[in-house]
Ligand binder design. Sequence first.
Ligand code: F0G
Length: 452
Amino acid sequence: MSFMEPFRIKTVEHLPNPTREERLKLLHESGYNPFQVKDKYVTFDLWTDSGTAAMSHHQWAAMLETSEGCISPDSFDTFADTINRLTGFPHILPVHQGRAAEHILFSVLAEPGSTVFSNTMYITGRANAELNGAVVVDVPSQQVEGGDFNGDLDCVRLQEELRRVDVGKSMVVMTLTSNNQAGQPVSMANIKHVSEICKTHDVSLFMDGCRFAENAYFIKTRTKVYRDVSARDIALEMFSHFDGMYMSAKKDGLCNIGGFFATRLSDVYGQFKRRMTYTEGNPSYGGLSSRDLEAVAVGLWEGTDDRYLKYRIEILAMFGDILKKAGVPIVEPVGSAIYINAARCLPHIPTEQYPAWALHCALYIEGGIRCSHVHDVLKVDSTNKREDPQPQHFIRLSIPRRTYTLSHLIHIGDIFKNVLEKRGSISGFCIKNSSGHYFSAVMEPVRKCFVG
Ligand code: F0G
């Protein structure tokens, strides 16, 4: 076997290990809502890959070596130099996380009458564009069963749409990898095509690049001509087709906080720079401490290293294989996270009884696993009926970077196997109190004993 984690472990965090009885009690007390269970009672937290990476000794060392409280910190130079080397963009501004960059960028570029097109826009990006009066239109490509680049944007539709809107007020944002398309990557050919269309229509093109390094590595492994090109060089080529980007460094930046905006458009840079002082801080720190800037600089460099990315992409694929062997229906090929069709796992639970919710609760009881829901959200009207009568039932398993080992993932595969073996005993759920958001929803199993 050629796979191995390319690091050794220096600091250990003990896994929380409540008993099954304790988990049953905790889940009951939390209104059968795993999002309400305290982190200290969750053994495997696969809710997000954002801000959850294990940092390296180089990151911690750089954080200690810098000093705080300067108006013009050296750490900003390290930060900006690293981002400039990785992206080629000349203008760089720090922010505290991805949505802060979205908030400022759309307050600069979006207005009533604007349309923002995307392969799929992340929820916070959508919300920030809409806050400024823009309409967000997703134009994802048709999903091809087993396709290598199911995160692509539909260029034919984009061209049609651009003919119908005020192009002077419109823009395109490509999300790499595409979180809302099961974490699937975008191809270089698609990036080039979208860029040509944007140039023809004189529309700016930005990247939501929080998983750009993983996208670059997917291009390396799934496109013949890029086999021998490094992920960093592929990324540079990707960026050359964009006017700018924003990034939450909490993902591929291997950091617990941080982000940035980078661009070649000096007017947008100037406006962003002016706006950010009202909400984030000076352009030399943007809501971050010097130590955070250092952690991002080192994290970005490590997160774009081919040896690290090989491990990252391989462990995701191997986890997919482990789950498939356990009989779990996953979206293939695996992208930046694992997506599971919960309705196919629990075919006896009807749509109106939230099969993804039921699977999530069963996984917590069986093995202390927390995941996130993608489509099975609790949108109800006053009659307690679903807004969407035909919802999908996907669950996302995000793998925090450099955090869980392969043996953890094998163990999680066993938990899935146990859950599926007793699937008939798992009950559906109804809403006791939705309170408008699934984070705080109170649920109730339809049957008294909800899992065997
Ligand atoms: N864009 C994408 C594609 C994201 O996935 C996220 C966050 C953001 C922007 C916002 O970045 O959290 O730093 O403000 N995604 C997390 C997730 C929360 O779990 O997928 P942020």
